[in-house]
Design a protein around this ligand. Structure first.
Ligand code: URA
Length: 420
């Protein structure tokens, strides 16, 4: 087999055989194919796409490049959830304990934030002592004891994806639906839960900016999951405005705990309850309506918060935050963005809010940038709200930035409003 022939076939939109796809993945992973040849093939895929069969084979080849986990000894149905990333998206911190307290186990591996999007692992690291790296035995034991555990991607899972994803980042080949599908689904299939819920975000703060692209990705990922023998569902949810009021790592943990304490309802709570109901239905816990009720009861009874507390404790984290969120890292500086006249908020651009949060220190531009876990934004309004002159629209926080001029300029730019 010859890599030039494979590049040429995809360049001319001819279908590759399963053997050719497996060969290019194996040989790139083991160093037999150079970065420049793989980049040429990835660019051909970006331009011409892949068929569903090719995408499925690529996903399986990437999954098979490393180990596959096995939770069968838990004796429980397992579920996994993936969000394609966004701004203020702390849904995993809420959904995992809720699902676990309804009797479905959630072993989860999550990532770190990059650019305007946040990552669950950074959020968890704002809890003092919380270990995001656990050996498989401890990861699985935590899931057995409490029903869920969230750790960073570790072990030898999907080495092909690690290598291909960093090449895609460096060669402008990230925005391809079959490549995104294969990258996400290979990791989900390597974790190997029985049920997989895919939450494809759509809008200004998401990878997929249009509904039609988000739906294409959702349909493709669901097909790949089902073809691999999983109970799999993909839903498209809105990321045109940030999810919840808080953006930034410790601030998002605080908001997640407050939701688990039953203090707040609203869009974030509703999205979490809907996604949880989808997972519980996939796990055959009842009809969608029954599952939604199970989820709501897990929050209102305080059961989900107890599960969260115990998981944090087993990870070595300070679980007193479940009663006192002021024990989370506190920012040194703050700045209130106030309305200069009466106004109606028409929209909030999530990507701009994500970039404001990054400027404050909460995010990273490059993979190994350090972050300020106390930094971020608390929004005091959502689209549709009317604000009076001098009311606080949002508060900016940081421990590393004390001059808020750049961040506040960007924050105001994120708002679409009209005078009233
Ligand atoms: N997230 C992934 O894991 N892979 C992609 O290709 C895009 C987003």
């Amino acid at each position: 087999m010859n890599v030039i022939d494979i590049i040429n076939k995809t360049k001319k939109s001819y279908e590759l055989t399963d053997t050719e796809i497996r060969w290019i993945v194996e040989n790139y992973t083991n160093g037999g194919i150079s970065d420049y040849q793989m980049s040429a093939w990835l660019m051909a895929v970006c331009i011409n796409g892949l068929t569903e069969r090719e995408t499925f084979t690529l996903t399986m080849a990437m999954r098979d490049s490393g180990e596959t986990l096995d939770f069968s000894r838990l004796g429980k149905i397992t579920a996994d959830k993936h969000s394609t990333g966004g701004v203020g998206d702390k849904t995993s911190l809420i959904i995992a304990p809720v699902v676990a307290s309804c009797g479905v186990a959630m072993p989860k591996m999550s990532g770190r934030g990059l650019g305007h999007t946040g990552g669950t692992i950074d959020k968890l690291e704002s809890i003092s002592g919380y270990r995001t790296e656990l050996p498989f035995y401890e990861f699985s034991e935590t899931v057995r004891k409490t029903g869920f555990s969230i750790i960073s991607q570790s072990g030898n899972l999907c080495p092909a994806d690690k290598k291909i994803y960093s090449l895609r980042n460096a060669t402008g080949t990230v925005d391809s639906i079959p490549l995104i599908c294969a990258s996400i689904m290979s990791k989900k299939l390597a974790l190997n839960a029985d049920c997989i819920l895919l939450d494809v975000k759509c809008g200004s703060g998401a990878f997929m900016k249009t509904r039609s692209d988000a739906e294409k990705l959702a349909v493709l990922m669901e097909k790949v999951g089902k073809s691999a023998g999983k109970k799999c569902r993909a839903v498209v949810t809105d990321m045109d405005s940030p999810l919840g009021n808080n953006i930034g790592n410790a601030l998002e943990v605080k908001e997640a705990i407050e939701i688990l304490q039953g203090k707040y309802k609203g869009r974030l709570y509703d999205v979490c309850m809907e996604l949880t109901a989808d997972i519980l239905e996939l796990a055959e816990k009842g009809t969608l309506e029954e599952c939604r009720r199970l989820a709501e009861n897990a929050v209102s009874s305080g059961k989900a918060l107890e599960v969260f507390r115990e998981t944090v404790r087993l990870h070595g984290g300070d679980c007193r935050i479940c009663d006192d969120v002021s024990l989370l890292p506190q920012p040194r500086y703050s700045y209130e963005v106030r309305a200069v006249h009466d106004m109606k908020i028409l929209g909030i651009n999530s990507e701009e809010i994500g970039m404001t949060s990054l400027i404050l220190g909460a995010g990273r531009l490059k993979k190994d940038d350090t972050i300020d876990i106390s930094a971020g934004i608390v929004m005091n309004c959502t689209a549709g709200d009317c604000i009076s002159v001098d009311d606080t629209i949002m508060t900016l926080y940081s421990s590393t930035v004390s001059d808020f001029s750049e961040a506040s300029f960007r924050a105001v730019n994120a708002l679409k409003f009209c005078s009233i």
